[in-house]
Structures are given as structure tokens and as C-alpha cells.
Design a binder for this molecule. Structure first.
Ligand SMILES: Nc1nc2c(ncn2[C@@H]2O[C@H](COP(=O)(O)OP(=O)(O)OP(=O)(O)O)[C@@H](O)[C@H]2O)c(=O)[nH]1
Ligand SMILES: [Mg+2]
Length: 371
């Protein structure tokens, strides 16, 4: 991206000229500040594609000052909405300039130039006819590189065909492609699990990992950067060994590959799921898995939304993460509050509405009814 903040408006050089006011003195006003380029995190944007097609981010210049001590108007800030999880880097030096994580988080990436000074500022007792004025400063200008690391609360990890996408489709409202060949999923996909209390958790499905992935085999392991920000890692093991692999070896291989990529990921809280428990082979493989890995996995079947393991999985995730309801989306929970709009005129305030006053900030009194 090419980001350029607005230039400050120039200061003006002017003198007061008016009938009956001889030698009115300097009255040139200052220029306005140039607009900033501001990046703002937003839940409503989920990729950087729009910026890819419009890579020039130029904020408006400030307006020059004028006579009669008039200040120039400030240049309008350019607010660029980016998905939460965007890292902004200086493309030339590689230095990180901002890390936008939260909704509504704003970071000024390029500061607008300061406005110039008008000639009113240069008058002194011995210099009463100043013509000096200063030009506005140039705005900051950068070449930027943006990187998006998906922010999800939980990340799904597993071999190809383990059933990661099936599980995501089963618990969330995402529609990932599901098929019985390896590497069906080529890009990370995020789905949202919604709970009965309206809280939400985001789960990321990433492409499958195979032995040697950390050395670039298969799709490699680069996409694991998307999991670097998830708070829980969920290992999905194909317990039925559909592709003629040993489930316990799968688990150990996965951990080894992740360790090669980023050992810190292994210390994250994790859940291990034994998938495809509807198949007989899975029931046979389970005791061996537990014996070899000393891990007791949660048993699920990702193709069956009513399988008790699926509900348990959702509950366990919730227990670990305890999501906070998204404040900005929720109004005070009061029966009927949604129907009562904050009144602008005293006539419209009823007694019922006044009961809701603490929530709606109604401070006016109830008018007495005319008999
Ligand atoms: N019997 C059974 N089959 C399952 C289960 N879960 C997934 N499958 C099947 O396993 C195959 C692979 O499922 P996906 O969800 O695409 O697997 P994935 O882990 O996303 O695979 P990649 O995207 O290739 O890494 C599909 O044919 C699914 O129908 C399960 O619980 N039981
Ligand atoms: Mg998949």
C-alpha cells in the first residue's frame, strides 16, 4: 500500500483593508492541518482484498489560511477499515508500525502535515508590516505491507481427511468444502459458534498437516501463523485410521511438526478429539491411542451434529475460553426495552418508559394527564 497523509494548508499573508481603518495591520490566518491516514479494526471486514485493488491511500490536504484571520479548514482524515488481526509493516524497513487486534481500535499510520502560520504571528513592536508566512508541512508518506493473521479463539489441527472441515460445518455457521480426498481445504476458514446466551467463539479450520510439513511437504506449515493467535488448539485425530495410518502416530507427528514450527504453540491449552467414532475401527483403535499417547481424547463424530461428543466439545471450549458477550452488539437486556425509543419530546414519555429510564437516560418528568 502507498499511504500519504494530507499536506498542511499554507499560512496566508494579508493586511486588513477597510474604510476608516488606516494601517489595519496583518490579518493572514493559519493553514489547516492535513488529514491523517488512520487504520481502524473492524469485525465487519474479513479480508484485505478491497485494499489490494485500491492500494493508494491519500488523505485530504489542509486548506490555506485567508485574510481577516481566517483559518484554513482541516483536511479530512482517511479512515481505512481493516480486519482485526492486521499487522502493518513498513515495506522498506520491515519495521512493524501497528498491530490492529480489536474492533474499533484506531491507529494513526501517517500523520497529516501541520498547517503553516499566517503573517499575524510575525508582528512585533518593531516589525509592524510583516509579510512573512510559512508553508504547510508535508504529510507523512509510507509504503506499507499489510499482513493478516486470522484471529480465532480456537484453531483446528489435524491430518488431511481427519474431519476438521466437517467439525467446523457441524458446530458453526461456516460452509467449508468437505470431501474424502486430502487437502480439500486450501485456505484458512473461520466459523463462529453461537451459544444459547448469545456469546460467540470463532474457530479456524486450516489445511491439513502431514509428516514433514515443517520442511515444506504438502502445503507446508506457513498457514500455522493463523493459529499463532488462537487461545486453544484443537487436535483432531482420525481415530478410524481411514487413510491406513495409526491414530496415535498421527497425534505424535502433529505435535512434532508444530514444535518444529513454533514450540510456544505446544504450551497453549489444547483439546484432543477422537473423530469418526461412529466407525467400528475407531472404537478398536481408541485403547491403543490412549495407551501410547497417555491422552484421553474426547470422542466425537463430526458428521453427526447430535453426537453427544459434539455438544461436549462446544461446552469444553466454552469452559476454557469463557467468552464475553460482545458489548457493542447488545443493548441492555430489559423486557420491552427495544420497543421504547429514547423520547425527544416530553409528550411521548409514558410511565412505563420511565421505569426504563436508567437504561435509556430519560431524565424528563412525566407530564400529568389532562382530565
Ligand atoms: N464416518 C465418518 N466420516 C467422517 C467423519 N468426519 C468426517 N468424515 C469424512 O471424512 C472425509 C474428510 O472430511 P473433511 O472434513 O473434508 O476433512 P478435513 O480434515 O477438512 O480434510 P482436509 O481439508 O483435506 O485437510 C469426508 O468424506 C467426511 O465425510 C466422521 O465423524 N465419521
Ligand atoms: Mg478441510
Amino acid at each position: 500500500m502507498h499511504a500519504r497523509a494530507g499536506k498542511g494548508g499554507d499560512g496566508s499573508s494579508s493586511f486588513r483593508r477597510e474604510a476608516c481603518v488606516p494601517e489595519g495591520g496583518p490579518d493572514g490566518g493559519d493553514g489547516g492541518r492535513g488529514g491523517h491516514v488512520i487504520f481502524k479494526g473492524s469485525h465487519d471486514v474479513d479480508s484485505l482484498i478491497a485494499l489490494y485493488f485500491a492500494p493508494q491511500l491519500f488523505a485530504e490536504d489542509g486548506v490555506a489560511g485567508r485574510g481577516q484571520k481566517m483559518y484554513g479548514r482541516r483536511g479530512e482524515d482517511l479512515i481505512v477499515r481493516v480486519p482485526c488481526g492486521t499487522t502493518v509493516l513498513d515495506a522498506e524497513t520491515g519495521v512493524q508500525m501497528a498491530d490492529i487486534v480489536d474492533h474499533d481500535q484506531e491507529v494513526i499510520i501517517a500523520n497529516g502535515g501541520k498547517g503553516g502560520l499566517g503573517n499575524v504571528h510575525f508582528r512585533t513592536s518593531t516589525h509592524q508590516v510583516p509579510t512573512e508566512h510559512t508553508p504547510g508541512d508535508m504529510g507523512e508518506e509510507f509504503r506499507l505491507r499489510l499482513e493478516l493473521k486470522t484471529i480465532a479463539d480456537a484453531g483446528l489441527l489435524g491430518f488431511p481427511n481427519a474431519g476438521k472441515s466437517s467439525l467446523l460445518a457441524c458446530v458453526s455457521d461456516a460452509h467449508p468444502k468437505i470431501a474424502s480426498y486430502p487437502f480439500t481445504t486450501l485456505n484458512p476458514i473461520v466459523g463462529t459458534i453461537r451459544y444459547d446466551d448469545f456469546s460467540q467463539l470463532r474457530v479456524a479450520d486450516v489445511p491439513g498437516i502431514i509428516e514433514g510439513a515443517s520442511a515444506g511437504v504438502g502445503l507446508g506449515i506457513d498457514f500455522l501463523k493463523h493459529l499463532a493467535r488462537s487461545r486453544v488448539l484443537v487436535y483432531i485425530i482420525d481415530m478410524a485410521g481411514t487413510d491406513n495410518r495409526e491414530p496415535w502416530k498421527d497425534y505424535l507427528t502433529l505435535r512434532r511438526e508444530i514444535e518444529q514450527h513454533n514450540a510456544e504453540l505446544l504450551e497453549r491449552p489444547s483439546l484432543v478429539l477422537a473423530n469418526k467414532m461412529d466407525e467400528d475401527a475407531a472404537t478398536e483403535n481408541l485403547p491403543k491411542f490412549i495407551k501410547k499417547t497417555k491422552v484421553t481424547p474426547l470422542q466425537i463424530s463430526a458428521i453427526d451434529a447430535d453426537h453427544p461428543g459434539v455438544a461436549q466439545f462446544k461446552q469444553r471450549l466454552w469452559d476454557i475460553l469463557r467468552p464475553q458477550p460482545r458489548g457493542e452488539w447488545r443493548s441492555p437486556v430489559v423486557a420491552g426495552a427495544a420497543e421504547v425509543m429514547p423520547a425527544t419530546d416530553a409528550e411521548f414519555i409514558t410511565e412505563d418508559a420511565l421505569k426504563l429510564a436508567p437504561f435509556l437516560d430519560l431524565t424528563r418528568k412525566v407530564p400529568k394527564k389532562k382530565k
